[in-house]
Design a protein around this ligand. Structure first.
Ligand SMILES: [Zn+2]
Length: 208
């Protein structure tokens, strides 16, 4: 009887791994130990488009799959794992606010959330920093087939100042899920510079 009860409570606590669905007695994360060990969290600074970007991990399995599901399949339970990844990254105490990479209204309606905002919320709680969104983003059209310069000009045009408010921060950290070319981070940084932000760096969960 006691054994049955113990077994019942144990089974209740066991959760399948988010990625491979395996049950694992040692599950301490939302992932099983095997998948968690494959996750290579290795925080480092990279420079793209002359912006210093702190990245937590390379964009490879299993993180690439998690980010895709998080972004396109409403898999918001991955927020737990991103939280654990963020806990392993030391963000310098230089910043006054966090600026999540904005997404356009139409994309927000389609997706229902801004994935960068959710990551910014994790860091905001962790470092007790406000989230600041002084820039909005217009339509995000495909950049396929454009030259590098055309792409950069196209991306730059997507960012607009949001209606002005009294808040002003000078040292800010841009937050996004993945950095590839760094074009959107550069465009956002340039807009933030026009608002008087003289120190702008970025943090991304992964770098492709
Ligand atoms: Zn697994």
């Amino acid at each position: 009887m006691l054994q049955d009860m113990l077994m019942f409570s144990l089974l209740n606590r066991l959760k399948p791994c988010y990625l491979c669905s395996e049950f694992n007695l040692e599950n301490i994360h939302p992932l099983c130990i095997t998948c968690w060990k494959q996750l290579e969290v290795n925080p480092r600074y990279i420079t793209k488009q002359e912006v210093s970007i702190l990245v937590a991990a390379p964009y490879q399995f299993p993180l690439d799959r998690m980010i895709q599901k998080f972004k396109y399949n409403q898999a918001l339970h991955y927020t737990d794992i991103f939280k654990q990844i963020c806990e392993r990254v030391a963000i310098p105490e230089t910043f006054q606010a966090i600026v999540p990479m904005p997404i356009s209204k139409s994309r927000l309606h389609q997706r229902g959330y801004n994935q960068a905002y959710l990551i910014a919320q994790i860091l905001s709680a962790q470092y007790n920093l406000p989230i600041w969104m002084p820039i909005k983003r217009n339509h995000e059209q495909s950049q396929k087939g454009l030259s590098r310069i055309e792409r950069l000009i196209g991306i730059e045009a997507q960012f607009q100042l949001a209606p002005p408010n009294a808040l002003r921060y000078r040292k800010v950290l841009i937050v996004d899920d993945v950095v590839t070319t760094g074009g959107s981070i550069l465009a956002l940084k340039q807009k933030l510079n026009t608002l008087g932000c003289h120190h702008v760096e970025a943090f991304c969960i992964a770098s492709a």
